[in-house]
Design a protein around this ligand. Structure first.
Ligand code: LLP
Length: 418
């Protein structure tokens, strides 16, 4: 067993569902992202089912992985979407997502992005400042529309996660300070082209404990009760995303435990619950397949130089994140060494894993696990490296869901001076 659902060994060969990964490498080349339809479907259903009969909407956080095939799969399952840009809105619409199930988060929405979202008729804007509320009111007024809004409130809760992905502390740029939220809500009637629809928060990502969720949920519910007592009608409570996954040793709460805590908090209140999970839906449903180009032995260290790099998967370089690295074909005829698994990019920060015990030969395939979230969506073309191909396995089928980029595509928009 690999410990990752949908990616398991069969006769010593690592498979995605029923497809051997070396077949994918032969057909589509490397580096290549591989997603499992079964794992994605199971993850969505687990969230959806955990709410039982309680009115809810799961809004998949598109930033985690915005491939159209994944968005379309979730749309078909009934998912809503959390977007943070006009580009993500276009992707959701292109993938067949329902705009009435879209919430729009982010601290820096531009007027043209607001216009596109108003045109599409989204469910709600998660507004992050008084200044943004004023601009939205003006844009909606010019279009003769009423914009549905939640204020994204910063509950000042320590999510106890990596500082770069912690968002709910008062020193973070996100949300409206908790103590200012009530007065901004109270002034909302001055904005004739917005309508209060909900209340929103998001405290961070890769949370592995329930306590911060409980703490922020309690604070938000206290605020909700005060707003209602003032006569405001709040139709939904959006509690953001953030549930962590297991990369190696973590023991994050189960989806059911997490949802139970939110539902228990909201109790008999009539509001619909929205959540915005990203990583927990896609993280362990995807891997990055890479090939060992060279083994390099120095007096100090042994390097496995692979064909994937920090431009393909930035998380190790950016957050010192740990991703399990598994051999695609298990070997027992050579002895293992402690390898630094690194890419070809010209930076010492270009590593995928440090000190990994692997038995390797040049040309071997490796699977970088848990790469479905914030992998491809954060990739770049650094070192003029075309972006990887993406495929989806489905039983014993493999579908190419994004072609490998070509160098021509990379330079297409560039011009030489006359
Ligand atoms: N809602 C909002 C408003 C967010 O900002 C985020 C993530 C989510 C939902 C989804 O959070 P999730 O369920 O995926 O934790 N690049 C980083 C993660 C950045 C998260 C940004 N916001 C990483 O690779 O770990």
């Amino acid at each position: 067993m690999s410990g990752f659902p949908s990616f398991n060994y069969r006769n010593g060969r690592l498979c995605g569902e029923s497809v051997e990964l070396d077949r994918i490498a032969r057909e589509f080349g490397t580096p290549c992202y591989i997603y499992s339809r079964a794992a994605l479907t199971a993850a969505y259903r687990e969230f959806d089912a955990a709410f039982g009969a309680r009115d809810h909407l799961v809004c998949y956080a598109v930033k985690a992985n915005s491939n159209l095939a994944i968005l379309n799969l979730f749309a078909r399952l009934g998912s809503g979407f959390d977007i943070v840009s006009g580009g993500e809105l276009q992707r959701v619409l292109k993938a067949g997502g329902d705009p009435k199930k879209v919430v729009f988060s982010g601290v820096g929405k531009r007027p043209e992005e607001m216009r596109a979202a108003l045109d599409a008729g989204i469910l709600c804007f998660n507004v992050e400042s008084g200044a943004e509320l004023r601009v939205l009111n003006q844009v909606a007024g010019e279009m003769n529309k009423i914009a549905p809004v939640s204020l994204r409130v910063n509950p000042d809760v320590d999510a106890r996660t990596h500082p770069y992905i912690s968002t709910g502390l008062k020193e973070n740029k996100f949300g409206i300070p908790f103590d200012e939220a009530e007065s901004l809500y109270a002034s909302s009637h001055e904005f004739s082209n917005v309508r209060v629809a909900g209340l929103d928060c998001h405290i961070g990502s890769q949370l592995t404990e329930l306590d911060p969720f409980i703490e922020s949920c309690e604070k938000m519910l206290g605020l909700l009760d005060r707003l209602e007592a003032q006569g405001l009608q709040i139709d939904h409570l959006d509690l953001g995303g953030g549930l962590g996954i297991r990369y190696s040793g973590e023991n994050p709460p189960l989806v059911r435990e997490y949802v139970d805590v939110l539902c228990a908090g909201i109790g008999q209140r009539r509001q619909r619950i929205l959540i915005e999970p990203g990583r927990a839906l896609v993280g362990n449903a995807g891997i990055l397949l890479t090939r060992v180009e060279y083994l390099k032995h120095t007096p100090h260290r042994d390097f496995a130089i692979v064909d994937a790099a920090m431009n393909d998967l930035m998380r190790p370089a950016l957050y010192d994140a740990y991703h399990e690295i598994l051999p695609v074909n298990a070997k027992d005829d050579i002895s293992a060494k402690t390898y630094q698994v690194v890419g070809p990019v010209c930076e010492t920060g270009d590593f995928l894993g440090h000190d990994r015990n692997l038995a390797l030969r040049q040309g071997d395939l490796l699977a970088i696990m848990s790469a479905g979230a914030y992998g491809m969506s954060m990739s770049s073309n650094y070192n003029t490296r075309p972006r990887a191909a993406e495929v989806m396995v489905d039983g014993d089928h493999v579908h190419l869901v994004r072609e490998r980029e070509s160098i021509e595509q990379l330079t297409a928009g560039e011009k030489i001076l006359p």
